[in-house]
Write a protein that binds this ligand. Structure first.
Ligand SMILES: CC(C)(COP(=O)(O)OP(=O)(O)OC[C@H]1O[C@@H](n2cnc3c(N)ncnc32)[C@H](O)[C@@H]1OP(=O)(O)O)[C@@H](O)C(=O)NCCC(=O)NCCS
Length: 167
């Protein structure tokens, strides 16, 4: 049984290794460390599963929504990671939906993501909703999901510095 909850301090090392496992490299784990260090994270959620053999909990997934600089309440979704041996079991989808629920409940207006349109459109992200917004990642993989009732007035978005350091 999978539980999704807010990341705690005790999870940090486990989160780092699960992100590295999911991506097969450590750049995205470093990105999350830097976002956390710079206090740019709005939500960091983990998915954990009870290990029936030793009774401990195993971290199997993680997602970050970080704060964008904009004249309205906007977030960036990235990265989302599922331990390689647990992929394609719905954990990534559950994390994305849970993170969007948190953002919606707290009154955020819009969430942006840079990723595969086929994957993210399942959650309501669209290329069209992101098109009016200009940022360093604008292009064919830049999508948005509107959480409020109306699209905020288009303006330039600024991603947290840690994303620029990733390039
Ligand atoms: C992308 C990722 C987070 C998805 O999590 P997941 O738990 O495996 O995904 P789900 O089981 O919820 O996926 C549902 C659907 O997404 C699609 N999907 C999932 N993983 C996919 C992959 N690696 N490639 C293409 N499509 C994928 C499939 O359509 C899948 O449906 P299916 O099982 O009917 O084929 C996970 O595969 C992962 O950690 N990948 C490595 C890191 C990464 O690329 N992160 C995303 C960019 S930030």
């Amino acid at each position: 049984m999978i539980t999704i909850r807010a990341e705690q301090r005790k999870d940090i090392a486990g989160v780092r290794s699960l992100i590295s496992d999911a991506f097969g490299q450590s750049d995205e784990a470093q990105l999350v460390d830097d976002l956390r260090q710079n206090e740019d994270i709005a939500y960091s959620l983990v998915a954990e599963i009870a290990d029936t053999i030793n009774g401990e909990h195993l971290l199997v997934g993680h997602i970050v929504l970080s704060n964008l600089q904009a004249p309205y309440r906007a977030l960036a979704l990235a990265p989302v990671s599922v331990l390689s041996s647990f992929q394609r079991q719905g954990i990534g989808s559950a994390l994305i939906l849970a993170a969007l629920d948190c953002a919606r409940a707290d009154g955020f207006e819009i969430v942006f993501v840079l990723g595969n349109p086929q994957y993210y459109s399942k959650f309501g992200f669209s290329l069209g909703d992101a098109e009016p917004y200009e940022c360093d990642y604008s292009g064919p993989h830049f999508m948005a999901i509107l959480l409020g009732k109306v699209l905020p007035q288009p303006s330039r978005l600024i991603y947290p510095k840690a994303f620029l350091d990733l390039e």
